[in-house]
Design a protein around this ligand. Sequence first.
Ligand code: DGY
Length: 324
Amino acid sequence: MAAPKIFITRPIPETVLIQIQAECDVDMWHTSAILPPIAEKIPPLDGLMTYGHEPVTAEMFDTSPNLKVVSVVGVGYDHVDEDAARERGITLGHTPGVLSDTTADMTWALLLAAARNVVPAYNHVQVEKQWHYYDPNILWGYDVHHSTIGIVGMGRIGYAVAKRALAFDMKVLYYKRNRRQDWEEELGIEYTDLDHLLKVSDFVTLHVPLTEETTHMIGKVEFELMKPTAILVNIARGPVVDHGALYDALRDGQIAGAALDVTEPEPINTDHPLLDLNNLIIAPHLGSATIQTRMKMATMAMENLFAGLKDERLPYGVVQPPEL
Ligand code: DGY
């Protein structure tokens, strides 16, 4: 029997690639600089592994009668038309859990960097070479310890962010569609509605999946509720925040600062006005980008891929084979 045909949309760690190549006929897109031509590649495929967020659509599925499985290297699968996959009996897998602590760490890296002016400090000393004497009156930031953090979206990543906040003696508020009383008891965190969370939090961090409901969930009205000293961290998906409203809020001092790991569009255009603000940090979607975690994600995605090709239940499945 011919080996199943697979397309991998960006380079994955070699040790995992070798294991896939041992069982499949693999075509891997060898660069991240040029977008992978998924639509072109998909027609003869049995399996697709996406490592990135380009749309995988119903139209693409319709050109590919053999496609059995879409394996996402990542927890978020908003770029894949889940309903269309389900309707066509195509399985869909992702990599939940393994990246929660890593993404929570990055949330904290961004939060601390924004609160304590790490990027302006780096620019001052190393880029502008302006550190000529000790100046006690520059780059004052905001205390993180004993402040209030508002976590929007209390899933696995939100939970990991909350645990870290307790080490900073912070008051932790959260907002989520379905309340987690077990976590409230375990961590001593408080559930609140979104408006109240925005009004009282010193730091607001976003961890919701991208859906119709969460698109532009944070916009003009929400920024108006926030404190002028508040800092927003978005590590969820770019479109959760209305970037026009964010620009106005940062420019007008409606909030003190923001740090984004995700943008709309992604990558953000190099002439986007947000890039000119000095109270904003943007990272290029690094939430789960550590050596250890990316290895584990690729391994889980491989396990999903192999299971899907054999019509077996995916170990980390979103859409399972129809009869299982
Ligand atoms: C995820 O896991 O969803 C990250 O955004 C990387 O794709």
